[in-house]
Design a protein around this ligand. Structure first.
Ligand code: ADP
Ligand code: MG
Length: 729
């Protein structure tokens, strides 16, 4: 059996890079080749249809069904040039990844034959068989069906023989059953609230867009080694595996050359991603061995989320072509860095102003400060909820560990912005505003130097850091759909801005001038949101104590963190901002708890099997070899000599027994704990029980399994080891 490991390792070692031919065109020429973007719309649609569709995309107006027919016709014509025969509504259910339902273009024709047809109705709305997607009980209580509806803001694209249509997925009674529908509502909410605030500064602003630039981290593992690890195969992470003698301590991977096999994979991935309109920009090594990152240029948030979902499935596919498996799990290996998805977020106006970038004049800086402060207000008020938006059974392993953002949400601003905040907080309005000469207003708000150039002022330990023209939310999990975090963040900021505007308007109504009113409210908000502002080391134990004192959410139990979704102020926020209703929040939490339970349940089962079928048998086989040796020595030497010679082996034999006994006892206890938990009806209580009574076994059993890996002869060990998983590429 152990030969298998050696054969696999040997084969993996010998694999050659799959050489990818570079396209002859330049990237700008094949970029978005498979996307029905505006350029193609213009080419394949009549001028009036084109204009109506642009209006739908830009202004969110409704698509007339007759226009939809025209659009579908144009799309079909374009897609058939690539040999496309099928269409699918592509959506983001509340499970992982994306879902598709394929239909052929063909329909029954009049004369009994088949004709190729793609109607506007098929483009705009479909009813996928929704019963197999989680709905948290919404569909059973209300209406059995769900439907998917085209999101024209995200262009359709071609993959293989299929035309992919990005859609939202909702129940017949209107509840969102996916990630996209609430995100779109959150983006509408922040648009409305931010546009209203922008009018104080520039009446020309009619639309505010949220931008998102994600950075996707991942690991690559040789697929044959992967196949020999039941834990990787079934849970996405290693449940056992002793540290490799060398891992990331040399920090040589980050700057190291990219190995050939990986380089060809990256090249292939980048070409295919560009063809699908994903604006890839950087690919590089990350800190851990075999860990890499890919980041595109930022885009409008809804589109960026779709592109991230598309990229994750593309990564998995392309990796297999190159003999790798792409691990998107947040913590595939213990003891080395996990993977995240930094979400770079900012708001920008239709007039081309990035609202999270400091300006050139004191007036511009005032506007910047409003958006920075109100972001912090939203973050502070809903810090527990923000954490809930990124928390999962898989990401919980990464949060709070030493390489990742801590399990406490705080914001880092840097020295310069912090000083400006202090100045506003500690100065009177008269000190900040003076009326010069002919009633021209002058602001004594310090100039903020151009931060985009100087990025040295960075705090890597902060989960939410200002980085010059945006905030970087670093706690999002690598395999998560970042729509969830973006939905919460944009809604929280929308609420803060709405509230800000109400208070400023009250002061103005009472006769105060606009700037004075803005600064007055700003000062209140800087004070109120102060607890969320932290410039120090987020990994330190002092910060945990300090955060507790400041009243920030310090809960680390995943199922309990989910409770924040059902807090009164959460429900109020989502309902007032018209993003989600209480029923939807409740249903989503049922799914969250259920998913959590199932993940731990699967890990426990897989690890139980590995322990009993792979780890214990190998350990006892090795132990028998030692015992055999002991008895042979006893037969060969004098009693006295034999006792001396056997001392070390006897010690190892005993150690093996201790470890195997612990493992067997605890695997059995884990099974019993599962049985108790499984009998619990409430999804929440069951998840808590799994967290408190099942999950701890995974760590304690692992400790002993890892020890056995060190004791047992290398040749007998069946599971590919960390050094093989992490260093072969
Ligand atoms: P780093 O690794 O230093 O954090 P990268 O350049 O790898 O930075 O990634 C930063 C990401 O942030 C990119 O996707 C980039 O397009 C994006 N970004 C830059 N400016 C903004 C902005 N104003 N709003 C949102 N995202 C932005
Ligand atoms: Mg970054």
């Amino acid at each position: 059996m152990a030969r298998l490991r050696f054969n696999v390792v040997e084969a993996a070692f010998k694999k050659k890079a799959l050489e990818i031919k570079m396209p002859t065109e330049r990237p700008s020429e094949y970029f978005a080749k498979y996307v029905f973007n505006k350029e193609k719309m213009f080419q394949y649609l009549s001028p009036s249809t084109y204009e109506q569709l642009c209006d739908v995309i830009e202004n969110g107006t409704r698509l007339d069904l007759s226009v939809a027919d025209e659009v579908a016709k144009g799309m079909k014509k374009w897609a058939q040039e690539f040999g496309v025969t099928h269409i699918t509504h592509w959506f983001q259910p509340l499970t992982e990844g994306t879902a598709e339902k394929h239909d052929a273009f063909v329909e029954h024709g009049d004369n009994g034959g088949m004709i190729e047809k793609f109607s506007g109705k098929a483009l705009v709305q479909q009813e996928p068989d929704a019963s197999s997607f989680p709905s948290g009980g919404i569909r059973s209580t209300f209406e059995a069906r769900g439907y998917s509806a085209w999101d024209p803001a995200s262009p359709v694209f071609v993959v293989g023989d299929t035309l992919m249509i990005p859609t939202v997925f909702i129940s017949y009674t209107g509840e969102a059953l996916d990630y996209k529908a609430p995100l779109k509502k959150a983006l509408a909410a922040v648009d409305k609230a931010a546009t209203a605030v922008c009018k104080y500064f520039d009446p020309e602003v009619t639309k505010v867009t949220a931008n998102l630039g994600w950075e996707q981290e991942y690991f690559l593992v040789d697929e044959d080694l992967y196949a020999a690890r039941p834990d990787l195969l079934l849970t996405g992470r290693t449940l056992t595996g002793h540290d490799s003698a060398k891992n990331q301590q040399m920090e040589d991977h980050y700057f190291g050359a990219i190995p050939d096999r990986v380089a060809e994979f990256m090249k292939d991935l980048e070409i295919q991603a560009l063809e699908l309109g994903i604006p890839c920009k950087t690919c590089h090594n990350e800190v851990a061995p075999n860990q890499f990152e890919l980041a595109p240029i930022y885009e409008e948030c809804n589109l960026a989320v779709d592109h991230n979902m598309l990229l994750m499935s593309l990564m998995r596919k392309v990796a297999r072509k190159h003999g790798f498996r792409c691990l998107l799990h947040e913590k595939p290996f213990a003891g080395i860095n996990g993977s995240g998805k930094h979400a770079n977020w900012s708001l920008a106006t239709n007039t081309g102003v990035v609202l999270h970038a400091p300006g050139k004049t004191p007036e511009d800086n005032l506007r910047f400060l409003v958006f920075a402060v109100e972001t912090l207000v939203g973050l502070h008020k809903h810090n527990g909820l923000l954490k809930a938006s990124i928390m999962s059974a898989t990401n919980q392993h990464r949060l709070g560990a030493n390489e990742a953002p801590p399990a406490i949400i705080s914001a880092f601003l840097g020295k310069q912005i912090s000083e400006v905040f202090d100045k506003i907080e500690n100065s009177s309005n008269e000190e900040l505003i003076s009326i010069k000469g002919s009633s021209a207003l002058s602001l004594d708000i310090p100039q903020i130097p151009d931060l985009r150039i100087d990025n040295t002022d960075r705090n890597r330990t902060s989960p939410f850091a200002f980085t010059g023209n945006r905030f970087e939310f670093r706690a999002v999990g690598s395999q998560a759909n970042c729509a969830e975090a973006m939905t919460v963040l944009n809604t929280a900021v929308a609420e803060a801005l709405t509230d800000f505007k109400t208070r400023v308007d009250e002061h103005i109504a009472n006769g105060e001038d606009k700037t004075t009113a803005i600064i007055r409210v700003l000062r209140e908000d800087i004070k109120a949101s102060k607890p969320i502002h932290f410039e120090g080391n987020g990994y330190s134990d002092e910060w945990k104590a300090e955060a507790e004192r400041r009243g920030l959410d310090c809960e680390t139990s995943c199922p309990l963190v989910f409770d924040r979704y059902l807090d009164l102020e959460t429900i109020k926020m989502f309902e007032e901002q018209n993003v989600m209703r209480e029923l939807e929040l409740k249903a989503r939490n049922e799914i969250k708890w259920d998913t959590y339970t199932k993940k731990i349940q699967i890990e426990a089962r897989v690890f139980g099997d590995m322990a009993m079928n792979q780890i214990i048998p190998v350990a006892t086989r090795y132990q028998s070899l030692l015992i055999d040796n002991v008895s042979k020595i006893a037969a060969t030497f004098s009693a006295e000599e034999a006792e001396q010679l056997n001392a070390d082996n006897l010690k190892i034999i005993r150690e093996i027994s201790e470890h195997t006994r612990f493992i067997i006892e605890n695997v059995n206890a884990m099974v019993e704990a599962r049985k108790v938990a499984n009998r619990i009806e409430s999804e929440r209580e069951k998840a808590i029980q799994y967290h408190d009574t099942v999950q701890p076994y995974l760590d304690s059993i692992r400790y002993h399994a890892d020890k056995l890996e060190l004791l047992v002869e290398d040749e007998l060990w069946v599971l590919p080891k960390y050094r093989e998983l992490l260093f072969i590429r």
